[in-house]
Design a protein around this ligand. Structure first.
Ligand code: GDP
Ligand code: MG
Length: 745
């Protein structure tokens, strides 16, 4: 009986960029976006339509190349298929790139799903001289195949009729059986028998599929298995380990690679003998291959890659400069306004230093993030990012990372002056969670644009003759640290194999402008919503740490007396005028300039005393117990603590701590002069501080993004503690080593 109650669930699965969204829109008519997200599409899109009196619910799964547990999208797609058990699955494939697209199909069939193949983009395939015998393909795969052109809605009706009839059949799942060769097949059979007998996870997965996942070392299935039946799971793991060891010894490979090889072999065999005809001439002219000859050329490839990555970097940071300046100007005039209307006191300080600066720092990142995602979306949608990964994979693999890690490093400041916030977000292009975590934990070692002014100030003070050389060394040092630490993390905490690089290079494609814009904005909005509130909260917390508890009555009275003493030197009538000068932008008459300077000096010493008494100042003093080993006193410590709010604040806090007043550009020069003349400072201490700033805890905006991107508080906390320990260790080596070598005197 069919009626309103009998809603039929159908899923739409396919590789990224195969036209899934286009088809989904054509079917449901829902107003959805067409295009690709840079990274993960975890939102579940649903649409409804009815056909022959049947209510159909269509779910658009995230685009994936595979059904492993390497990425969130793949897990989401897989979990949905297994748990919600759709009555039919439309597997949309790109006909112009059939071989690669069928890799997913094979896995869907191995799960036993009732698949209907939508052979999409036959127009594009035809243009490339590719002809596909759909009937023959259907006969060999034993699933219905319907050619479509989603962009114009061609084949849509036939597809829907076909899918509905599959759904109405409601047959039990029948897993496809592929041979995995003489090394794996016998074990696979053995495991399958064991699984069947013990009814192990059989309510969720076909037995052979579970066995395959054990061989592939699929973390999700392993965890599920251990929970379900520890004993059986251990036996399966032992069997799988034996094969792994055997394969390593005999073929120097691992089960996953063999499994992938055989899947591709299965597909290649399937497509032979008339299913797939390629017009050689058109194929040879096929632009993508030609482009790849240059773009992934052994010599030109890397050169062009660095030019392109440099261009991305320039684009991200240069084009975003103007909007960032507007935003900064806007917030500065807001501060200025608050400055004039609010009375002196803690409320004013909260509004200006806590709230306005806090909101400003959230909004200030927005242009950066937008431009970075736009650039990445472009590289990803055109298919170039896959080439970058392909070319750099070998180098980065040595350090337990992935070719795509380079993007995160460069955006974080690998070239000079990036930002770790978009850098951490750029790790979305990584599939393996271990490689992704290792990348996002080490990207903050790069020298972001906020660390640079601090380095510049210290270098100007202590290494004026070698400015460029020092900057270069600092950059090299940050790359070396990031890679070495990544290697360390990947061989301890995040141990595990690298993602096998199995995928072919997808063909180049021109992305749609609208798609790029929409998805850039979606990602950016996510940042504002998710990270924004936390950053704001942290900002206010920091303001409080530096502002409270403030001076007590007696101390404040002392500074008031000093002020009164200065004022007593001028005519009583002019005192009121002098009092207001410090607050507004009033013009200073020449005869008062000396008195005004003296008043400002009192203000500075008061600010210094208040800073020392603040919670941050006390913490800085307490920390001297540890930091004296690396030569830092309370002033440096409190500056470093404030640097956790934003690295560029280090300069202004140091300024206050040395009672230099609030620091602007000129004061950075005078601070530089002040430090170079201070007996407590020397080049060794300055260099130690540079290295410490380079490596210690990321600013909290970055930490917030680490938490959001890794999905766990513990990784944010880890980055704070671990990076600071790394920084301490490196500083200790440099400082104590330097002292032994008598560099500090
Ligand atoms: P998704 O990533 O699978 O959701 O792919 P989209 O639906 O966003 O489509 C990717 C691109 O392929 C878009 O530019 C579409 O306009 C285009 N496209 C979709 N279907 C067809 C088709 O049948 N033929 C051609 N030539 N292009 C298509
Ligand atoms: Mg899509």
């Amino acid at each position: 009986m069919k009626g309103v109650s009998s809603e039929v669930l159908i899923a739409l699965a396919g590789n990224p960029n195969c036209g899934k969204t286009t088809l989904f829109n054509a079917i449901t008519g829902a107003r959805q976006h067409v295009g690709n997200y840079p990274g993960i599409t975890v939102e579940k899109k649903e649409g409804f339509y009815s056909l022959n009196g049947c209510q159909i619910r269509l779910v658009d799964l995230p685009g994936t190349y595979s059904l492993t547990a390497y990425s969130l999208e793949e897990l989401v797609a897989r979990d949905f298929l297994v748990q919600d058990r759709p009555r039919a699955v439309i597997n949309i494939v790109d006909a112009s790139n059939l071989e690669r697209n069928l890799y997913l199909t094979v896995q869907l069939l191995e799960l036993g799903l009732p698949v209907t193949l939508a052979l999409n983009m036959i127009d594009a395939a035809m243009n490339r001289g590719i002809e596909i015998d759909a009937a023959e393909l259907s006969r060999r795969l034993r699933v219905p195949v319907v050619p479509t052109v989603a962009r114009v809605g061609k084949g849509k009706e036939e597809l829907l009729e076909t899918v509905l009839s599959v759904a109405e059949e409601d047959r039990p799942w029948e897993p496809l059986h592929i041979s995995y060769g003489p090394d794996i097949d016998p074990v696979l059979d053995q495991m399958e028998a064991l699984i069947r007998k013990a009814q192990f996870l059989t309510e969720a997965f076909p037995a052979r599929w579970t066995a395959l996942k054990y061989l592939e070392g699929d973390e999700q299935v392993l965890t599920k298995g251990r929970e379900a039946d520890w004993a059986i799971s251990s036996r399966l793991e032992r069997l799988s380990d034996q094969v792994t060891v055997h394969l390593r010894k005999t073929l120097d490979t691992y089960p996953e690679a063999i499994i992938a090889d055989h899947r591709y072999g299965f597909i290649a065999a399937l497509l032979k003998g008339g299913v797939l005809k390629q017009n050689k001439k058109a194929d040879r002219l096929y632009l993508s291959d030609q482009l790849d000859r240059v773009l992934t050329n052994r010599f030109f490839g890397p050169v062009l890659m660095f030019i392109i990555l440099y261009a991305v970097y320039q684009f991200t940071f240069n084009y975003s400069r103007l909007p960032i300046e507007w935003i900064e100007k806007g917030f500065a005039s807001l501060s200025g306004f608050a400055e004039t209307v609010l009375p002196r006191g803690p409320l004013k300080s909260l509004v200006i230093s806590g709230i306005i600066d806090g909101v400003g720092s959230v909004v200030g990142f927005v242009p950066l993030i937008m431009f970075m995602f736009l650039a990445i979306a472009f590289l990803e949608d055109t298919g170039y990012l896959a080439r970058v990964a392909y070319m750099l994979d070998r180098v980065f693999r040595t350090f337990g990372l992935h070719g795509n890690s380079v993007m995160a490093y460069i955006v974080s400041g690998g070239i000079a002056g990036g930002c770790a916030v978009p850098g951490v977000m750029a790790t979305r292009t990584l599939r393996s969670s271990r490689e992704r975590l290792a990348t996002l934990l080490t990207a903050p070692f790069m020298n972001c644009g906020a660390k640079f002014p601090v380095f510049a100030m210290l270098i100007a003070a202590f290494f004026p003759a070698n400015h460029a050389l020092m900057m270069f060394c600092v950059t090299l040092l940050s790359w070396a640290s990031a890679l070495v630490v990544a290697k360390f993390i990947r061989s301890t905490l995040l141990r595990g194999p690298s993602t096998p690089f199995l995928l072919e290079l997808p063909p180049y494609r021109l992305p749609t402008f609208k798609g790029l814009l929409i998805h850039t904005w979606e990602r950016t909005w996510q940042y504002i919503q998710k990270a924004g509130t936390i950053i704001l909260a942290f900002s206010m917390l920091f303001w409080a740490l530096m502002a409270f508890p403030g001076l007590d009555e007696r101390e404040r009275g002392r500074f008031e007396e000093e002020r009164a003493a200065v004022l007593s030197q001028v005519e009583p009538g002019d005192r009121e005028l002098l009092r207001t000068i410090g607050e507004g932008e009033t013009e200073i008459p020449a005869e008062f300039s000396e008195a005004v300077e003296e008043l400002k000096e009192v203000d500075r010493r008061e600010a210094q005393a208040a800073l020392k008494r603040s919670y941050a100042g006390r913490l800085g003093t307490t920390l001297e117990a540890v930091t004296h080993w690396v030569g830092f006193d309370w002033r440096t410590n409190v500056a470093l603590l404030s640097g956790f709010a934003a690295k560029e604040i280090i300069i202004s806090t140091l300024g206050t701590a040395y009672s230099m007043g609030e620091t602007g550009d000129e004061e950075s020069v005078s601070l530089s002069r002040r430090l170079s003349g201070d007996s407590g400072w020397n080049p060794l201490k300055a260099f130690t501080l540079i290295v410490f700033i380079m490596l210690y805890a990321p600013c909290f905006a970055t930490v917030t993004c680490i938490i959001k991107e890794s999905g766990a508080w513990k990784w944010g906390l880890f980055s704070v503690v671990f990076n600071t320990l790394v920084a301490l260790l490196a500083s200790l080596l440099i400082y104590q080593g330097g002292l032994r070598l008598r560099l500090g005197v």
